[in-house]
Design a protein around this ligand. Structure first.
Ligand SMILES: CCCCCC/C=C\CCCCCCCC(=O)NCCO
Length: 578
Protein backbone atom coordinates (compact mmCIF):
# COMPACT_ATOMS: atom_id res chain seq x y z
CA UNK A 1 0.00 0.00 0.00
CA UNK A 2 2.77 2.37 0.97
CA UNK A 3 4.63 1.45 -2.18
CA UNK A 4 1.63 2.39 -4.27
CA UNK A 5 1.37 5.76 -2.47
CA UNK A 6 5.06 6.41 -2.97
CA UNK A 7 4.68 5.53 -6.66
CA UNK A 8 1.71 7.89 -6.97
CA UNK A 9 3.65 10.76 -5.32
CA UNK A 10 6.67 10.04 -7.50
CA UNK A 11 4.49 9.84 -10.60
CA UNK A 12 2.74 13.12 -9.76
CA UNK A 13 6.04 14.92 -8.98
CA UNK A 14 7.59 13.54 -12.15
CA UNK A 15 4.56 14.74 -14.14
CA UNK A 16 4.80 18.25 -12.70
CA UNK A 17 8.55 18.35 -13.34
CA UNK A 18 7.97 17.15 -16.89
CA UNK A 19 5.40 19.91 -17.55
CA UNK A 20 7.77 22.53 -16.08
CA UNK A 21 10.59 21.15 -18.20
CA UNK A 22 8.53 21.23 -21.40
CA UNK A 23 7.31 24.74 -20.57
CA UNK A 24 10.84 25.95 -19.93
CA UNK A 25 12.02 24.24 -23.08
CA UNK A 26 9.36 26.08 -25.15
CA UNK A 27 10.28 29.37 -23.54
CA UNK A 28 13.95 28.72 -24.22
CA UNK A 29 13.15 27.79 -27.82
CA UNK A 30 11.04 30.92 -28.30
CA UNK A 31 13.84 33.04 -26.83
CA UNK A 32 16.34 31.41 -29.17
CA UNK A 33 14.06 32.28 -32.10
CA UNK A 34 13.84 35.88 -30.95
CA UNK A 35 17.62 36.04 -30.52
CA UNK A 36 18.06 34.56 -34.00
CA UNK A 37 15.76 37.22 -35.48
CA UNK A 38 17.61 39.98 -33.62
CA UNK A 39 20.94 38.60 -34.79
CA UNK A 40 19.79 38.52 -38.42
CA UNK A 41 18.54 42.08 -38.08
CA UNK A 42 21.87 43.31 -36.70
CA UNK A 43 23.73 41.54 -39.52
CA UNK A 44 21.47 43.34 -42.00
CA UNK A 45 22.03 46.72 -40.32
CA UNK A 46 25.79 46.16 -40.07
CA UNK A 47 25.84 45.48 -43.79
CA UNK A 48 24.24 48.88 -44.38
CA UNK A 49 26.75 50.58 -42.06
CA UNK A 50 29.68 48.82 -43.81
CA UNK A 51 28.33 49.80 -47.23
CA UNK A 52 28.20 53.49 -46.30
CA UNK A 53 31.64 53.35 -44.65
CA UNK A 54 33.05 51.89 -47.89
CA UNK A 55 31.29 54.58 -49.96
CA UNK A 56 32.73 57.26 -47.69
CA UNK A 57 36.27 55.97 -48.26
CA UNK A 58 35.83 56.85 -51.94
CA UNK A 59 34.94 60.45 -51.05
CA UNK A 60 37.74 62.88 -50.32
CA UNK A 61 36.38 65.24 -47.68
CA UNK A 62 38.82 66.27 -44.96
CA UNK A 63 37.73 66.47 -41.32
CA UNK A 64 37.82 70.26 -41.60
CA UNK A 65 35.52 70.26 -44.62
CA UNK A 66 33.12 67.91 -42.87
CA UNK A 67 33.08 70.12 -39.82
CA UNK A 68 32.55 73.31 -41.88
CA UNK A 69 29.53 71.79 -43.61
CA UNK A 70 27.85 70.41 -40.50
CA UNK A 71 28.39 73.72 -38.68
CA UNK A 72 26.29 75.59 -41.27
CA UNK A 73 22.92 76.83 -40.05
CA UNK A 74 19.90 75.45 -41.88
CA UNK A 75 19.42 78.68 -43.87
CA UNK A 76 23.08 78.80 -44.97
CA UNK A 77 23.10 75.14 -45.96
CA UNK A 78 19.81 75.55 -47.80
CA UNK A 79 21.06 78.66 -49.63
CA UNK A 80 24.36 77.05 -50.69
CA UNK A 81 22.58 73.97 -52.01
CA UNK A 82 20.04 76.09 -53.87
CA UNK A 83 22.64 78.34 -55.53
CA UNK A 84 24.95 75.42 -56.29
CA UNK A 85 27.88 76.48 -54.05
CA UNK A 86 27.52 73.10 -52.39
CA UNK A 87 26.75 69.80 -54.12
CA UNK A 88 24.22 67.34 -52.68
CA UNK A 89 26.86 64.57 -52.75
CA UNK A 90 29.33 66.67 -50.73
CA UNK A 91 26.76 67.59 -48.10
CA UNK A 92 25.58 64.00 -47.84
CA UNK A 93 29.13 62.71 -47.39
CA UNK A 94 29.77 65.29 -44.66
CA UNK A 95 26.63 64.34 -42.75
CA UNK A 96 27.19 60.61 -43.23
CA UNK A 97 30.74 60.90 -41.92
CA UNK A 98 29.77 63.09 -38.97
CA UNK A 99 26.68 61.07 -38.06
CA UNK A 100 28.50 57.73 -38.19
CA UNK A 101 31.22 59.16 -35.94
CA UNK A 102 28.66 60.56 -33.45
CA UNK A 103 26.88 57.22 -33.57
CA UNK A 104 29.90 55.44 -32.10
CA UNK A 105 29.23 57.43 -28.89
CA UNK A 106 25.45 57.67 -28.96
CA UNK A 107 24.05 54.64 -30.78
CA UNK A 108 21.35 56.85 -32.28
CA UNK A 109 21.17 55.34 -35.78
CA UNK A 110 19.37 52.06 -36.44
CA UNK A 111 20.62 51.88 -40.02
CA UNK A 112 22.03 54.24 -42.63
CA UNK A 113 20.00 54.31 -45.84
CA UNK A 114 22.05 52.81 -48.64
CA UNK A 115 19.96 54.55 -51.31
CA UNK A 116 21.01 58.03 -50.12
CA UNK A 117 24.05 58.42 -52.40
CA UNK A 118 22.07 57.51 -55.54
CA UNK A 119 19.51 60.16 -54.65
CA UNK A 120 22.26 62.75 -54.07
CA UNK A 121 23.97 61.95 -57.38
CA UNK A 122 20.67 62.27 -59.26
CA UNK A 123 19.98 65.62 -57.57
CA UNK A 124 23.39 66.93 -58.63
CA UNK A 125 22.59 66.06 -62.24
CA UNK A 126 19.12 67.62 -62.12
CA UNK A 127 18.66 70.65 -64.33
CA UNK A 128 15.11 71.89 -63.64
CA UNK A 129 13.69 73.81 -60.70
CA UNK A 130 15.11 72.66 -57.36
CA UNK A 131 12.84 71.34 -54.61
CA UNK A 132 12.50 73.24 -51.33
CA UNK A 133 14.78 70.75 -49.56
CA UNK A 134 17.13 70.15 -52.49
CA UNK A 135 20.11 68.15 -51.19
CA UNK A 136 19.24 68.47 -47.50
CA UNK A 137 20.04 65.22 -45.62
CA UNK A 138 17.12 64.20 -43.44
CA UNK A 139 17.02 61.69 -40.57
CA UNK A 140 13.81 59.78 -39.81
CA UNK A 141 12.50 57.85 -36.84
CA UNK A 142 12.54 54.08 -37.38
CA UNK A 143 8.73 54.03 -37.24
CA UNK A 144 8.46 55.65 -40.70
CA UNK A 145 8.22 53.00 -43.42
CA UNK A 146 11.05 52.88 -45.91
CA UNK A 147 10.44 50.63 -48.91
CA UNK A 148 11.89 47.13 -48.46
CA UNK A 149 13.07 47.70 -44.87
CA UNK A 150 11.41 46.47 -41.66
CA UNK A 151 9.67 48.92 -39.34
CA UNK A 152 9.97 47.38 -35.89
CA UNK A 153 9.47 49.87 -33.02
CA UNK A 154 12.08 47.72 -31.27
CA UNK A 155 9.77 44.68 -31.28
CA UNK A 156 11.11 41.43 -32.73
CA UNK A 157 7.61 40.42 -33.93
CA UNK A 158 8.07 43.00 -36.73
CA UNK A 159 11.48 41.72 -37.90
CA UNK A 160 11.53 40.15 -41.36
CA UNK A 161 8.43 41.96 -42.61
CA UNK A 162 9.84 44.48 -45.11
CA UNK A 163 7.48 47.35 -45.86
CA UNK A 164 6.04 47.49 -49.38
CA UNK A 165 6.43 51.26 -49.81
CA UNK A 166 7.78 54.50 -48.36
CA UNK A 167 5.61 56.37 -45.85
CA UNK A 168 3.62 59.21 -47.46
CA UNK A 169 5.77 61.90 -45.84
CA UNK A 170 8.97 60.23 -47.06
CA UNK A 171 7.57 60.43 -50.60
CA UNK A 172 6.78 64.13 -50.13
CA UNK A 173 10.27 64.81 -48.74
CA UNK A 174 11.96 63.01 -51.64
CA UNK A 175 9.75 64.91 -54.08
CA UNK A 176 11.12 68.15 -52.60
CA UNK A 177 14.73 67.00 -53.02
CA UNK A 178 15.40 65.87 -49.45
CA UNK A 179 17.75 62.91 -48.91
CA UNK A 180 16.64 60.51 -46.15
CA UNK A 181 20.06 59.30 -44.99
CA UNK A 182 19.60 57.50 -41.66
CA UNK A 183 16.84 55.94 -39.58
CA UNK A 184 16.96 56.64 -35.88
CA UNK A 185 16.40 54.65 -32.72
CA UNK A 186 13.24 54.24 -30.66
CA UNK A 187 12.26 52.60 -27.36
CA UNK A 188 10.54 49.21 -27.51
CA UNK A 189 6.79 49.97 -28.12
CA UNK A 190 7.57 53.72 -28.43
CA UNK A 191 5.61 54.36 -25.23
CA UNK A 192 8.26 55.83 -22.95
CA UNK A 193 10.56 58.84 -22.86
CA UNK A 194 13.66 56.62 -23.13
CA UNK A 195 15.33 55.09 -26.14
CA UNK A 196 16.28 51.46 -25.65
CA UNK A 197 15.17 48.15 -27.17
CA UNK A 198 16.58 44.62 -27.54
CA UNK A 199 17.11 44.99 -31.30
CA UNK A 200 19.08 48.22 -31.62
CA UNK A 201 20.02 48.66 -27.91
CA UNK A 202 20.26 51.94 -26.02
CA UNK A 203 20.73 55.52 -27.29
CA UNK A 204 22.57 58.03 -25.07
CA UNK A 205 22.18 61.76 -24.53
CA UNK A 206 24.89 63.78 -26.34
CA UNK A 207 25.08 66.26 -23.42
CA UNK A 208 25.74 63.58 -20.82
CA UNK A 209 26.19 59.94 -21.73
CA UNK A 210 24.70 58.81 -18.41
CA UNK A 211 21.36 60.48 -19.27
CA UNK A 212 18.58 59.43 -21.63
CA UNK A 213 18.05 61.39 -24.84
CA UNK A 214 14.31 60.91 -24.23
CA UNK A 215 11.86 59.10 -26.44
CA UNK A 216 10.25 57.85 -28.23
CA UNK A 217 11.93 59.94 -30.94
CA UNK A 218 15.18 59.62 -28.98
CA UNK A 219 17.55 58.65 -31.80
CA UNK A 220 16.48 61.83 -33.60
CA UNK A 221 16.99 64.11 -30.61
CA UNK A 222 20.39 62.55 -29.83
CA UNK A 223 21.55 63.02 -33.43
CA UNK A 224 20.20 66.58 -33.71
CA UNK A 225 21.61 67.47 -30.28
CA UNK A 226 25.02 66.22 -31.48
CA UNK A 227 24.69 68.33 -34.68
CA UNK A 228 24.88 65.11 -36.67
CA UNK A 229 21.63 65.82 -38.52
CA UNK A 230 19.97 69.07 -39.49
CA UNK A 231 16.29 68.14 -39.73
CA UNK A 232 14.41 64.99 -38.85
CA UNK A 233 10.95 63.56 -38.31
CA UNK A 234 9.28 61.81 -35.40
CA UNK A 235 5.91 60.95 -33.88
CA UNK A 236 4.16 61.93 -30.67
CA UNK A 237 1.23 60.42 -28.75
CA UNK A 238 2.26 61.72 -25.34
CA UNK A 239 5.36 63.87 -25.83
CA UNK A 240 7.61 61.75 -28.05
CA UNK A 241 8.71 64.71 -30.16
CA UNK A 242 8.61 67.41 -27.47
CA UNK A 243 10.24 65.59 -24.53
CA UNK A 244 13.34 64.36 -26.43
CA UNK A 245 13.72 67.82 -28.01
CA UNK A 246 13.72 69.28 -24.49
CA UNK A 247 16.22 66.66 -23.21
CA UNK A 248 18.67 67.19 -26.10
CA UNK A 249 18.44 70.93 -26.77
CA UNK A 250 16.77 70.78 -30.17
CA UNK A 251 13.50 71.99 -31.71
CA UNK A 252 10.36 69.90 -32.20
CA UNK A 253 6.80 70.38 -33.38
CA UNK A 254 3.92 68.08 -32.43
CA UNK A 255 1.21 68.81 -34.95
CA UNK A 256 -2.56 68.66 -34.68
CA UNK A 257 -3.95 65.25 -35.57
CA UNK A 258 -4.63 65.12 -39.35
CA UNK A 259 -2.48 68.14 -40.21
CA UNK A 260 0.15 65.69 -41.48
CA UNK A 261 -0.33 62.21 -42.93
CA UNK A 262 0.55 59.21 -40.78
CA UNK A 263 0.24 56.82 -43.75
CA UNK A 264 3.06 54.31 -43.58
CA UNK A 265 4.08 55.04 -40.01
CA UNK A 266 3.93 52.47 -37.22
CA UNK A 267 1.87 53.01 -34.11
CA UNK A 268 0.83 50.20 -31.81
CA UNK A 269 -2.40 51.93 -30.90
CA UNK A 270 -3.91 52.82 -34.26
CA UNK A 271 -7.32 51.35 -33.40
CA UNK A 272 -7.58 53.62 -30.39
CA UNK A 273 -8.97 56.82 -31.88
CA UNK A 274 -9.52 59.02 -28.82
CA UNK A 275 -5.87 60.00 -28.37
CA UNK A 276 -3.96 59.30 -31.54
CA UNK A 277 -0.28 59.70 -32.31
CA UNK A 278 0.71 62.51 -34.66
CA UNK A 279 3.86 63.07 -36.68
CA UNK A 280 6.03 66.14 -36.89
CA UNK A 281 9.41 67.67 -37.63
CA UNK A 282 12.44 68.16 -35.40
CA UNK A 283 15.45 70.32 -36.14
CA UNK A 284 18.70 71.83 -34.95
CA UNK A 285 17.50 75.39 -35.43
CA UNK A 286 14.18 77.15 -35.80
CA UNK A 287 14.57 77.97 -39.51
CA UNK A 288 15.11 74.26 -40.11
CA UNK A 289 12.03 73.35 -38.10
CA UNK A 290 9.82 75.82 -39.96
CA UNK A 291 11.02 74.64 -43.36
CA UNK A 292 10.74 70.98 -42.30
CA UNK A 293 7.06 71.59 -41.56
CA UNK A 294 6.27 73.94 -44.44
CA UNK A 295 7.78 71.63 -47.07
CA UNK A 296 5.28 68.89 -46.25
CA UNK A 297 2.17 70.93 -47.01
CA UNK A 298 2.09 70.25 -50.74
CA UNK A 299 -0.45 69.03 -53.30
CA UNK A 300 1.37 65.68 -53.46
CA UNK A 301 0.84 65.23 -49.70
CA UNK A 302 -2.90 65.96 -49.97
CA UNK A 303 -3.14 63.65 -52.99
CA UNK A 304 -1.31 60.78 -51.25
CA UNK A 305 -3.58 61.12 -48.24
CA UNK A 306 -6.91 62.78 -49.05
CA UNK A 307 -7.97 62.55 -45.39
CA UNK A 308 -5.59 65.46 -44.66
CA UNK A 309 -7.29 68.86 -44.95
CA UNK A 310 -5.48 70.67 -47.78
CA UNK A 311 -4.20 73.55 -45.63
CA UNK A 312 -0.93 74.93 -47.01
CA UNK A 313 1.50 76.88 -44.80
CA UNK A 314 -0.25 80.08 -43.80
CA UNK A 315 2.39 82.82 -44.02
CA UNK A 316 -0.14 85.43 -42.97
CA UNK A 317 -0.41 83.79 -39.52
CA UNK A 318 3.32 83.16 -39.18
CA UNK A 319 4.22 86.73 -40.27
CA UNK A 320 1.47 88.52 -38.36
CA UNK A 321 2.67 91.41 -36.19
CA UNK A 322 -0.37 91.38 -33.89
CA UNK A 323 0.62 91.32 -30.22
CA UNK A 324 -0.38 88.16 -28.39
CA UNK A 325 -1.84 87.26 -25.02
CA UNK A 326 -0.05 84.22 -23.65
CA UNK A 327 -0.78 82.12 -20.57
CA UNK A 328 1.96 80.37 -18.61
CA UNK A 329 2.15 77.76 -15.85
CA UNK A 330 4.87 75.78 -14.08
CA UNK A 331 2.92 73.14 -12.21
CA UNK A 332 0.33 70.56 -13.19
CA UNK A 333 -0.74 70.17 -9.56
CA UNK A 334 1.09 66.83 -9.18
CA UNK A 335 4.69 67.16 -10.40
CA UNK A 336 5.78 70.82 -10.20
CA UNK A 337 8.55 71.83 -12.59
CA UNK A 338 12.05 71.67 -11.04
CA UNK A 339 13.83 75.06 -10.68
CA UNK A 340 15.59 74.91 -14.08
CA UNK A 341 12.35 74.16 -15.95
CA UNK A 342 10.48 76.83 -13.97
CA UNK A 343 13.25 79.35 -14.71
CA UNK A 344 13.10 78.51 -18.43
CA UNK A 345 9.38 79.34 -18.52
CA UNK A 346 9.87 82.57 -16.55
CA UNK A 347 12.75 83.57 -18.85
CA UNK A 348 10.56 82.96 -21.90
CA UNK A 349 7.80 85.02 -20.27
CA UNK A 350 10.27 87.91 -19.90
CA UNK A 351 11.47 87.44 -23.47
CA UNK A 352 7.93 87.52 -24.87
CA UNK A 353 7.12 90.60 -22.80
CA UNK A 354 10.26 92.26 -24.21
CA UNK A 355 8.75 91.57 -27.67
CA UNK A 356 5.58 93.46 -26.70
CA UNK A 357 3.32 90.53 -25.77
CA UNK A 358 1.25 90.10 -22.62
CA UNK A 359 1.99 87.05 -20.51
CA UNK A 360 -0.37 86.09 -17.66
CA UNK A 361 -0.57 83.16 -15.30
CA UNK A 362 -2.94 80.46 -16.53
CA UNK A 363 -4.39 77.67 -14.47
CA UNK A 364 -5.54 74.88 -16.80
CA UNK A 365 -8.47 73.05 -15.22
CA UNK A 366 -8.08 69.64 -13.51
CA UNK A 367 -4.79 68.63 -15.08
CA UNK A 368 -4.31 65.64 -12.79
CA UNK A 369 -7.77 64.36 -13.67
CA UNK A 370 -6.98 64.88 -17.35
CA UNK A 371 -3.78 62.85 -16.97
CA UNK A 372 -4.93 59.96 -14.79
CA UNK A 373 -8.58 59.40 -15.66
CA UNK A 374 -8.68 60.67 -19.23
CA UNK A 375 -5.22 60.30 -20.85
CA UNK A 376 -4.07 57.11 -19.12
CA UNK A 377 -7.65 55.82 -19.02
CA UNK A 378 -7.67 56.08 -22.82
CA UNK A 379 -4.24 54.83 -23.86
CA UNK A 380 -4.55 51.99 -21.36
CA UNK A 381 -8.28 51.49 -22.11
CA UNK A 382 -7.58 47.96 -23.33
CA UNK A 383 -5.35 47.37 -20.27
CA UNK A 384 -2.33 47.74 -22.51
CA UNK A 385 -3.19 44.80 -24.83
CA UNK A 386 -2.30 46.84 -27.92
CA UNK A 387 1.26 46.82 -26.59
CA UNK A 388 1.55 43.56 -24.69
CA UNK A 389 0.07 41.45 -27.50
CA UNK A 390 2.94 42.44 -29.80
CA UNK A 391 5.46 41.63 -27.07
CA UNK A 392 4.38 38.02 -26.43
CA UNK A 393 7.46 35.79 -26.36
CA UNK A 394 9.72 38.80 -26.99
CA UNK A 395 12.64 39.94 -24.87
CA UNK A 396 11.37 42.86 -22.83
CA UNK A 397 13.67 45.83 -22.57
CA UNK A 398 14.46 46.63 -18.91
CA UNK A 399 13.48 50.31 -19.46
CA UNK A 400 9.82 49.40 -20.09
CA UNK A 401 9.39 46.58 -17.55
CA UNK A 402 7.89 48.77 -14.85
CA UNK A 403 5.38 50.30 -17.27
CA UNK A 404 4.40 46.85 -18.57
CA UNK A 405 3.93 45.28 -15.16
CA UNK A 406 0.45 46.67 -14.29
CA UNK A 407 -0.87 45.32 -17.61
CA UNK A 408 0.21 41.85 -16.48
CA UNK A 409 -1.43 42.01 -13.03
CA UNK A 410 -5.03 40.86 -12.53
CA UNK A 411 -7.45 43.70 -11.86
CA UNK A 412 -8.25 42.63 -8.27
CA UNK A 413 -4.55 43.06 -7.39
CA UNK A 414 -4.44 46.45 -9.14
CA UNK A 415 -7.61 47.49 -7.27
CA UNK A 416 -6.12 46.43 -3.95
CA UNK A 417 -2.91 48.28 -4.72
CA UNK A 418 -4.86 51.37 -5.75
CA UNK A 419 -6.46 51.40 -2.26
CA UNK A 420 -3.35 50.50 -0.30
CA UNK A 421 -0.80 52.63 -2.08
CA UNK A 422 -2.38 56.02 -1.20
CA UNK A 423 -2.77 54.93 2.46
CA UNK A 424 0.85 53.82 2.73
CA UNK A 425 2.42 56.63 0.70
CA UNK A 426 -0.14 59.49 0.95
CA UNK A 427 0.09 59.64 -2.86
CA UNK A 428 -3.56 59.65 -3.87
CA UNK A 429 -2.81 60.32 -7.51
CA UNK A 430 -0.81 57.13 -7.83
CA UNK A 431 -3.90 55.21 -6.75
CA UNK A 432 -5.73 56.80 -9.69
CA UNK A 433 -2.88 55.89 -12.02
CA UNK A 434 -3.21 52.24 -10.98
CA UNK A 435 -6.99 52.38 -11.45
CA UNK A 436 -6.52 53.73 -14.96
CA UNK A 437 -4.26 50.75 -15.67
CA UNK A 438 -7.22 48.41 -15.04
CA UNK A 439 -8.67 49.37 -18.42
CA UNK A 440 -12.24 50.04 -19.48
CA UNK A 441 -14.74 47.22 -19.06
CA UNK A 442 -17.38 47.62 -21.72
CA UNK A 443 -18.17 49.41 -24.94
CA UNK A 444 -20.75 51.40 -22.99
CA UNK A 445 -18.07 52.57 -20.55
CA UNK A 446 -15.80 53.42 -23.49
CA UNK A 447 -18.53 55.61 -25.02
CA UNK A 448 -19.02 57.37 -21.69
CA UNK A 449 -15.29 57.82 -21.39
CA UNK A 450 -15.28 59.51 -24.82
CA UNK A 451 -17.99 61.88 -23.57
CA UNK A 452 -15.85 62.76 -20.55
CA UNK A 453 -12.98 63.65 -22.86
CA UNK A 454 -15.32 65.85 -24.92
CA UNK A 455 -16.52 67.58 -21.75
CA UNK A 456 -12.94 68.17 -20.60
CA UNK A 457 -12.00 69.62 -23.99
CA UNK A 458 -14.88 72.10 -23.60
CA UNK A 459 -13.85 72.90 -20.03
CA UNK A 460 -10.24 73.55 -21.06
CA UNK A 461 -11.28 75.70 -24.02
CA UNK A 462 -13.61 77.77 -21.80
CA UNK A 463 -10.73 78.44 -19.38
CA UNK A 464 -8.54 79.43 -22.34
CA UNK A 465 -11.25 81.70 -23.78
CA UNK A 466 -12.01 83.29 -20.38
CA UNK A 467 -8.42 84.56 -20.33
CA UNK A 468 -8.68 85.49 -24.01
CA UNK A 469 -5.45 83.61 -24.75
CA UNK A 470 -3.72 83.16 -28.09
CA UNK A 471 -1.20 80.66 -26.74
CA UNK A 472 0.25 78.99 -23.65
CA UNK A 473 3.85 78.37 -22.57
CA UNK A 474 4.82 75.68 -20.05
CA UNK A 475 7.52 73.03 -19.52
CA UNK A 476 7.45 69.99 -21.84
CA UNK A 477 8.46 67.77 -18.87
CA UNK A 478 8.88 68.57 -15.17
CA UNK A 479 12.67 68.07 -15.21
CA UNK A 480 15.71 67.92 -17.51
CA UNK A 481 16.90 64.53 -18.87
CA UNK A 482 16.76 61.78 -16.17
CA UNK A 483 19.50 59.15 -15.84
CA UNK A 484 19.34 56.18 -18.22
CA UNK A 485 16.78 53.58 -17.24
CA UNK A 486 14.94 55.76 -14.72
CA UNK A 487 12.17 57.38 -16.75
CA UNK A 488 9.48 54.82 -15.83
CA UNK A 489 9.81 56.03 -12.20
CA UNK A 490 9.03 59.64 -13.13
CA UNK A 491 6.69 59.08 -16.08
CA UNK A 492 4.09 61.48 -14.56
CA UNK A 493 6.54 64.32 -15.24
CA UNK A 494 5.38 63.97 -18.85
CA UNK A 495 1.85 65.16 -18.07
CA UNK A 496 2.88 68.62 -19.35
CA UNK A 497 3.09 67.08 -22.82
CA UNK A 498 0.48 64.30 -22.63
CA UNK A 499 -2.37 66.72 -21.93
CA UNK A 500 -1.94 68.35 -25.36
CA UNK A 501 -2.31 64.98 -27.06
CA UNK A 502 -5.53 64.48 -25.14
CA UNK A 503 -6.69 67.96 -26.21
CA UNK A 504 -5.23 67.62 -29.73
CA UNK A 505 -3.51 71.03 -29.55
CA UNK A 506 -0.27 71.58 -31.48
CA UNK A 507 2.84 72.22 -29.40
CA UNK A 508 6.41 73.17 -30.20
CA UNK A 509 9.52 72.98 -28.04
CA UNK A 510 12.51 75.27 -28.25
CA UNK A 511 15.71 75.15 -26.20
CA UNK A 512 15.83 78.07 -23.77
CA UNK A 513 18.59 77.55 -21.22
CA UNK A 514 20.84 74.99 -19.50
CA UNK A 515 20.61 73.76 -15.91
CA UNK A 516 22.85 75.92 -13.68
CA UNK A 517 24.50 75.23 -10.31
CA UNK A 518 21.95 77.62 -8.75
CA UNK A 519 19.08 75.57 -10.24
CA UNK A 520 20.54 72.48 -8.60
CA UNK A 521 20.94 74.29 -5.23
CA UNK A 522 17.35 75.51 -5.48
CA UNK A 523 16.21 71.88 -5.47
CA UNK A 524 16.49 72.17 -1.66
CA UNK A 525 13.03 73.72 -1.72
CA UNK A 526 11.52 71.17 -4.11
CA UNK A 527 8.65 69.20 -2.49
CA UNK A 528 9.29 65.53 -1.67
CA UNK A 529 5.93 64.40 -0.37
CA UNK A 530 5.46 61.61 -2.95
CA UNK A 531 7.78 58.90 -4.26
CA UNK A 532 7.69 60.47 -7.75
CA UNK A 533 8.70 63.88 -6.38
CA UNK A 534 11.52 62.39 -4.31
CA UNK A 535 12.86 60.70 -7.44
CA UNK A 536 12.41 63.80 -9.61
CA UNK A 537 14.52 65.68 -7.06
CA UNK A 538 17.08 62.90 -6.73
CA UNK A 539 17.49 62.49 -10.51
CA UNK A 540 17.85 66.27 -10.91
CA UNK A 541 20.77 66.56 -8.49
CA UNK A 542 23.37 65.84 -11.18
CA UNK A 543 21.80 67.75 -14.06
CA UNK A 544 24.02 70.82 -14.36
CA UNK A 545 24.69 71.69 -18.00
CA UNK A 546 21.71 69.76 -19.43
CA UNK A 547 19.49 71.60 -21.93
CA UNK A 548 16.10 72.90 -20.85
CA UNK A 549 13.30 73.67 -23.28
CA UNK A 550 9.93 75.39 -23.18
CA UNK A 551 6.71 74.22 -24.79
CA UNK A 552 4.58 76.66 -26.87
CA UNK A 553 0.97 75.58 -27.40
CA UNK A 554 -1.87 76.98 -29.54
CA UNK A 555 -5.38 75.92 -30.51
CA UNK A 556 -5.85 73.05 -33.01
CA UNK A 557 -4.56 73.60 -36.58
CA UNK A 558 -2.59 76.69 -35.53
CA UNK A 559 0.89 75.28 -36.15
CA UNK A 560 1.88 78.54 -37.90
CA UNK A 561 1.06 80.47 -34.71
CA UNK A 562 3.06 77.99 -32.61
CA UNK A 563 6.05 78.57 -34.91
CA UNK A 564 5.56 82.33 -34.75
CA UNK A 565 5.48 82.18 -30.94
CA UNK A 566 8.68 80.10 -30.94
CA UNK A 567 10.30 82.73 -33.20
CA UNK A 568 9.11 85.61 -30.96
CA UNK A 569 10.39 83.78 -27.88
CA UNK A 570 13.77 83.13 -29.50
CA UNK A 571 14.10 86.75 -30.71
CA UNK A 572 13.11 87.95 -27.24
CA UNK A 573 15.66 85.67 -25.56
CA UNK A 574 18.39 87.01 -27.87
CA UNK A 575 17.25 90.57 -27.11
CA UNK A 576 17.54 89.91 -23.35
CA UNK A 577 21.08 88.63 -23.85
CA UNK A 578 22.23 91.79 -25.72
C1 LIG B 1 5.22 49.70 -22.44
C2 LIG B 1 3.80 49.44 -22.71
C3 LIG B 1 2.92 49.99 -21.69
C4 LIG B 1 2.76 51.46 -21.81
C5 LIG B 1 2.42 52.01 -20.48
C6 LIG B 1 1.88 53.37 -20.59
C7 LIG B 1 1.99 54.11 -19.31
C8 LIG B 1 2.08 55.41 -19.33
C9 LIG B 1 1.89 56.09 -20.65
C10 LIG B 1 2.47 57.41 -20.69
C11 LIG B 1 3.69 57.47 -21.49
C12 LIG B 1 3.47 58.20 -22.76
C13 LIG B 1 4.69 58.15 -23.60
C14 LIG B 1 4.34 58.66 -24.94
C15 LIG B 1 5.38 58.37 -25.92
C16 LIG B 1 4.97 58.84 -27.30
O1 LIG B 1 4.54 59.95 -27.52
N1 LIG B 1 5.09 57.93 -28.29
C17 LIG B 1 4.78 58.23 -29.67
C18 LIG B 1 4.42 57.06 -30.43
O2 LIG B 1 4.17 57.46 -31.76
Amino acid sequence: MENIKRQQVLGFTGGVLFVILINNFWRWKKKQNVLKKIKSKSVECKRAFDYVVEQLKKGNLSEDEVSQIVQLSFNDLHQQLQDGTLKAVTVLQAYQAFALKANERLNAITEPLVTAMDIAEKLDKQTGKKGLLHGIPVSVKESFDIKSLDTTAGISHFIGKPRPDDAALIKVLKDEGAIPFVRTNIPQTMMIYECSNPIYKETLNPYDLTKTPGGSTGGESALLGAKASIIGYGSDIGGSIRVPSHFCGCYGLKTTLERLSRKGTLSLSKGQMQVSGTVGPMARDLDGLIMAFKVLLTDLHFELDPSIPPIKFRDEIYNSKQSLKIGYYVTDGYTPAVPSCRRAVMLTKKALEAMGHTVVEFKPPRMVYAYTKLYLGTVMGDKGKNYTSKLKGDIIDPTIWKLMLPSKLPNFILRMMSWLYPILTKDKVFGDILKARMGINSVHDWFNHALKIQAYKEEFLSAWRREDLDAVICPPFAMAAPPLGKVADVISAGNYSMIYNLLNYPGGVLPVTKVTADDVNDLDNYPTNTRTLKLVKQFSMKSEGLPVGVQCVCLPFNEELVLRLMREAENGLNKLQD
